[in-house]
Design a binder for this molecule. Sequence first.
Ligand code: FAD
Ligand code: SF4
Length: 289
Amino acid sequence: MGTELGKYKSCVSARSTDKEILKGAQDGGIVTQLFAFALDEGIIDGAIVAGAGDEPWRPRPFIATTKAELFAARGTKYNICPNVSFIKEATRSYGLDKVGIVGTPCQMQAVRKGQLYPIGLRDVGDKIALAIGIFCMENFPYQSIVQLVEDHAAMKMEAVKKMEIGKGKFWVYGQRGQVVQLPLKVTHKYEQPGCHVCLDYVANLADVSTGSVGSADGWSTVFVRTRAGDSVWAKAIAAGCFETQPIEKVKPGLELVSKLANEKITKNKTTLEERATFGVGKALRNPYI
Ligand code: FAD
Ligand code: SF4
């Protein structure tokens, strides 16, 4: 495997040992369990998660400082939740000194960039204690999700229990047990165009990153990437928060993660090159020089 999976110290297949977390989690409940443990241990004093917004399945950044608040934010919402924009709020208005944050790979890049070049984030970088990244192939504008659910899957947004992309399909699960699957060739045209130049699938810059791909249903693939990530992960394992299996023993395992990461990178590099040929790349030059 090459650079497509980023640098990491260890990788396992895992799931939370807390049945309550698993009930509402998207996959193995890694994000909620790790934040809940970090909160209990004082490693973080709050986490920026995707909370409920004004419309169903339209998330809004939320600063969770209790386990109940973390639980309420479980599950994947397939549209942008600008969690990075809440970092300052978390430290200034909520007075957090040790901030947890979850986000897509692009959001993890923004977190690290904010730490290196703290324009608008002065005195905040050091307060990011745990950055958990979630794998991401693509995302959608909110209106696209409404169209996919209401027009294509014929379900009301408020009646949806879970959405999921997996096994080559977009799945919509209703609260009354209905399941609708849409082929990805239907969903592709609804994707956010900005995602088509994104070259990170597995949140290379997170402390810990996780997604379902590679592991069995209800389990997650987990990359532990940094010293901070390694420290909290080791403590959580020692405390019995997770069941784990060596990733080498799991099917389809890292081979599939690697394949999808490479597919994303190759496809999106082509888009980048195409865009450069019609002038977007050139426009970055100063026209007055
Ligand atoms: P849970 O314990 O259920 O917690 C999930 C956490 O993520 C919660 O804190 C929640 O608030 C937060 N969250 C939910 N939606 C968002 C959001 N939009 N932005 C920021 N934070 C959010 N996994 C794959 O394996 N392959 C993929 O191709 C893939 N694509 C994804 C695309 C998108 C747009 C998103 C948001 C996620 C994607 N995932 C993908 C990740 C996957 O769906 C799960 O989020 C991940 O496995 C974590 O599951 P969990 O059970 O550990 O998390
Ligand atoms: Fe961000 Fe890339 Fe995911 Fe789009 S595909 S939401 S740019 S990480």
